[in-house]
Design a protein around this ligand. Structure first.
Ligand code: FE2
Length: 169
């Protein structure tokens, strides 16, 4: 005899994410590179903030501090999501230097166009990691995917504000 009753709806993992090691491990896998690239963006963003030169110096100098503050804030958001699920985050300097694909800007003073291009390139690297998290976490943990989506929205806006100063697309 066939049971015609509908199968009980599979509960989403999101409701018990904190207790599910598979979810915690998956979120760590996707968020660790996000934390690394956002931290790299914060460090190289400060480098850019200090060394930018050019006619629009003051505006770019000041906005780069906004980019840095956002990168730190979003790295914190992603890292604390991992920790909230019960796993540690490895964002040690040596780990970031080894694993990150950060743009390594030339040392010394630079004109604002070159400075902006470097920072936009770093934003693009971070955005790639965030996109991977958005895609990879959709099924695994929608609550973490939501964090990644909010970071993506912020990165897009900062990229626009910076790129609009130059011919950078
Ligand atoms: Fe400053």
């Amino acid at each position: 005899m066939t049971d015609t009753k509908a199968a009980p709806k599979k509960s989403t993992r999101a409701t018990k994410a904190g207790a599910d090691p598979e979810v915690a491990s998956g979120v760590t896998q996707f968020f660790t590179p996000v934390v690394h690239e956002l931290t790299a963006l914060a460090v190289n963003g400060k480098q850019a903030h200090w060394n930018v030169r050019g006619r629009d110096f003051l505006e770019v100098h000041e906005f780069l501090d906004v980019v840095v503050a956002h990168a730190q804030e979003w790295a914190d958001l992603a890292a604390e999501r991992v920790v909230a699920l019960g796993l540690p985050i490895d964002a040690r300097l040596a780990t970031i230097a080894k694993d990150s694909e950060a743009v390594n800007p030339k040392a010394g003073f630079k004109q604002s166009d070159e400075t902006i291009a470097d920072v936009v390139a770093q934003i693009d690297v971070a955005t790639e990691r965030v996109n991977a998290a958005i895609e990879g976490l959709e099924e695994l943990d929608p609550a973490s995917q939501d964090v990644a989506i909010s970071i993506r929205q912020g990165l897009d806006k900062d990229r626009w504000f910076l790129a609009a100063h130059t011919s950078v697309e």
